[in-house]
Design a protein around this ligand. Structure first.
Ligand SMILES: [Zn+2]
Length: 296
């Protein structure tokens, strides 16, 4: 299936959905400047993205923002930010470099050893390129006179999630905090028990008419985020109950039909949640972790 073309989802906010991993790349244009969100999953894809952008818009990428550390959003970074002269600043959550060290570097080492299931790719050319503008609290950046807000979030999908708000376009670019291409995704470094709080904090800032660009899948709205929050709240509660009743990780996985998400996405979530609960001094009460202030 060919990649889609750039689509203007809000005024001067463009999204292109790439077929590989169904990844959304977003650009915000202010005058002749571009703010690019995420860089795809390899140096080759990063260069392809650069070419696609140059053909589409007569504007310069002035900055790159990573929504989180996972490889599909950061392994193209070197194509934009590594050159000391021509490279652009890369913004990311302040915990992102540590996550790269803990999860993405070992992932890359494993791929180099076995091809990562994609033997056609040359992983030798990849130099992991962390952000050089680390964001520890909400801040504003300007792109061609336009204001974009960067909000680092607490742990949930990962501990490196950062969402962008473009107020004049009523647009939010949220990476994988919201999953619209399938069930919520529990990947490396996830915090399943804290995801409801993370998603709830995003929901609290959304207005009814805002659009939300997820990392994968179609553009959604506040109502979608509210329903996903309810889903992950139920899941977190189910995890706590299973742990409290003495279920083992293996027993949960063997009985995956009673769980809301497919087995392949479930394993990491259960392992991470149970490890967290094993080390917690005492289980928190079994109540929804977050009550959205304006549930639709
Ligand atoms: Zn992703």
């Amino acid at each position: 299936m060919p990649d889609s073309q750039w689509v203007e989802v809000a005024p001067e906010v463009f999204v292109r959905a790439y077929d590989h991993l169904q990844l959304n790349i977003t650009v915000v244009r202010g005058c002749d400047d571009l703010l690019l969100v995420d860089s795809r999953s390899s140096p080759t894809e990063g260069i392809e993205l650069k070419t696609d952008l140059a053909e589409f818009l007569p504007a310069q990428v002035r900055m790159l923002v990573n929504t989180h550390a996972h490889f599909d959003h950061t392994f193209g970074n070197q194509s934009f930010g590594s050159d000391p002269i021509e490279g652009v600043p890369i913004y990311g959550h302040h915990r992102l470099p540590a996550h790269l060290d803990s999860y993405e570097r070992p992932r890359l080492a494993a791929w180099r050893a076995d091809g990562g299931g994609e033997p056609d790719r040359d992983w030798d050319d990849l130099r992991i390129t962390p952000p050089n503008r680390l964001v520890a609290s909400s801040q504003t950046v300007r792109v061609g006179g336009r204001t974009v807000l960067l909000h680092p979030l607490g742990p949930g999908h990962t501990d490196t999630d950062l969402v962008l708000h473009v107020p004049d376009a009523r647009a939010w670019i949220v990476g994988d905090v919201v999953e619209a291409s399938g069930p919520p995704m529990f990947g490396s470094g996830c915090f399943p028990l804290e995801l409801p709080n993370q998603l709830g904090s995003l929901l609290a800032d959304l207005d009814e008419t805002d659009i939300v660009v997820p990392g994968h899948g179609p553009v959604v709205d506040r109502a979608f985020v509210a329903s996903q929050l309810a889903e992950v709240e139920r899941f977190a509660q189910q995890l706590r109950l299973a742990h409290r009743s003495g279920d083992s990780v293996e027993r949960v996985l063997a009985d995956h039909d009673r769980w809301p998400f497919p087995a392949e996405g479930l394993e990491l979530a259960v392992r991470r949640a149970f490890a967290h609960l094993d080390t917690a001094e005492s289980d928190p009460p079994v109540i929804p972790a977050h009550t959205p202030p304006r549930r639709t």
